[in-house]
Design a protein around this ligand. Sequence first.
Ligand code: S3P
Length: 449
Amino acid sequence: MSHHGSARPATASRSPALNGRVRMPGDKSISHRSFMFGGLASGETRITGLLEGEDVMRTGEAMKAMGAAIEKRGNEWIIQGTGNGCLLEPAAPLDFGNAGTGSRLTMGLVGTYDMTTTFIGDASLSKRPMGRVLDPLREMGVQVIDAAPGDRMPLTLRGPRQAAPIAYRVPMASAQVKSAVLLAGLNTPGVTTVIEPVMTRDHTEKMLKGFGASLEVETDRDGVRHIRIEGQGKLSGQVIAVPGDPSSAGFPLVAALIVPGSDIIIENVLMNPTRTGLIATLLEMGASIELVNPRNAGGEDVADLRVRSSELKGVTVPAERAPSMIDEYPVLAVAASFAEGETVMLGLEELRVKESDRLAAVARGLAANGVDCTEGKDTLAVRGVPGGKNLGGGTVTTHLDHRIAMSFLVMGLAAEKPVTVDDQTMIATSFPEFMGLMTGLGGKIGEAD
Ligand code: S3P
């Protein structure tokens, strides 16, 4: 299965030491939100460093379909927003392709509007659960007038004349659910409250405040966050410099650690603490990662990373760390495949509902390439082979999942035998520069024969 109907396999082979500097493209989460909030705010928003991946472009198209004007001039994206509360009913279904963040956040954004909106997506997105967003929206008065079985896409929302504010405790660690409720609150009179027992990425809160929303966060004695947003206020256009994506940085980072002799610099990496779990884990494993030139850019911490190949050791990754590295487990599993001893990853239940069932996809990919691993209900244990002897030689089924494709191509750079992925096309959803950037460092990756 691939998008556009034609799968393009790719193969990575054992490579000489990786060297050089690479600059990370814009963070996907912040890029989606830049288009959304810019499209909603009054006046002009100017964005530099935006990730121009397929997922983010879908969000841009959706905002255009609801009245925002978006264009690119030179390096800058320039948006004229509609004003809060002023989105228009789209004339056609909004097609989100592979994008979970784009679709779920937009459901929140438009659900409380007195209009009808239909959401469609690709085969991967159509399998993903949307009930986690629809349930709180229903409490606010939104009707789901049509949905595929199990609250899946394609689905159609019909908003109430006036939505009701709620206090909603997010039942799973999900920034998408938190964000959808907050965005629904933007078009709702009164105060909408999200109670977040486990902190997840906080880009929505930070950015909405930056756009002028009346939003406050209070953390109680138990560490539970209470996020309150006052609806129907004014949002004003902003100037945004999107920092580089730490999730994308995970791929060259792990590649440099496992390919012997490597020494690279990864520039412009977002260091927001809700996103740095992979770096923390790799440091515990003995990785040589140096933060160079730490700085603040547009309200976020950013740094360059110097990464040198390292002898890694297995560790236990606690469940509490999962929210800050939720998208990085596939590439961590690859690092663990080259570590001495066992790496045990706990609290992985959310991996089952990503672009693919990532827990199963990773375990199968590892097994296909000779890695000894055990998949539990919400755990993964990987027993590594330092030096990668006898590893590789398999073909990995990517299930329309960009991160599965990139992770296993990274594995092929250090395994004894080449690693093939059945489809590279989905990489364009989040990291279109991946192939060029990795080959630029000296990685041997190309079309499979
Ligand atoms: C995201 C939240 C996470 C993450 C996704 C991006 C976001 O999803 O996996 O890639 O931008 O809010 P969940 O909310 O499902 O954990």
